[in-house]
Design a protein around this ligand. Sequence first.
Ligand SMILES: Nc1ncnc2c1ncn2[C@@H]1O[C@H](COP(=O)(O)OP(=O)(O)O)[C@@H](O)[C@H]1O
Ligand SMILES: [Mg+2]
Length: 161
Amino acid sequence: MTVKALYPGTFDPPTNGHVDLIMRGARLFSHLTVAVLNNPGKNPLFNVEERVEMLREVTSSLDNVSVATFNGLMVEFARREGASAVLRGIRAISDYEYEFQMALMNRRLAPEIETVFLQPAGRYSFISSRMLKEVFSFGGEVTGLVPPNVLKRLRARMNNG
Ligand SMILES: Nc1ncnc2c1ncn2[C@@H]1O[C@H](COP(=O)(O)OP(=O)(O)O)[C@@H](O)[C@H]1O
Ligand SMILES: [Mg+2]
């Protein structure tokens, strides 16, 4: 049996934690679509096109991974993609409360789709895009927390205001 999976998220910006999860998902599923939520209301640092570009650069060597954008209901997009699994990351128990609610709501909306949770390597389990942006904006060192292409874009963005 082959299983296609969707890995949805904001990815503003993608971190090494996201990349760790993508690599695990690519090994587990026949195809993994990284799905960037197009939600301008969230006032992101990087627009959706930039986030897609960064993710495409990072995943270019992975044959069974593609990158797409979506808006609206995630499970509707999963159905359109032919995905029967949704991949989400659990860093710590604190993630679980919200992820649990979302997984059960999504199951109600689309009972044929299963949410699968994976843990990143321990060294990535404390990384969040939000805290990364905060640390970086105050001049903190973030090398090793994001892929090199993301670090470059962060630096360019901060230098140009
Ligand atoms: N450091 C990390 N390690 C593993 N998974 C992560 C990490 N950071 C975020 N994730 C997971 O990646 C997914 C997308 O996260 P994120 O980009 O913050 O979008 P969302 O707005 O959906 O939370 C979520 O399942 C989140 O738990
Ligand atoms: Mg998040």
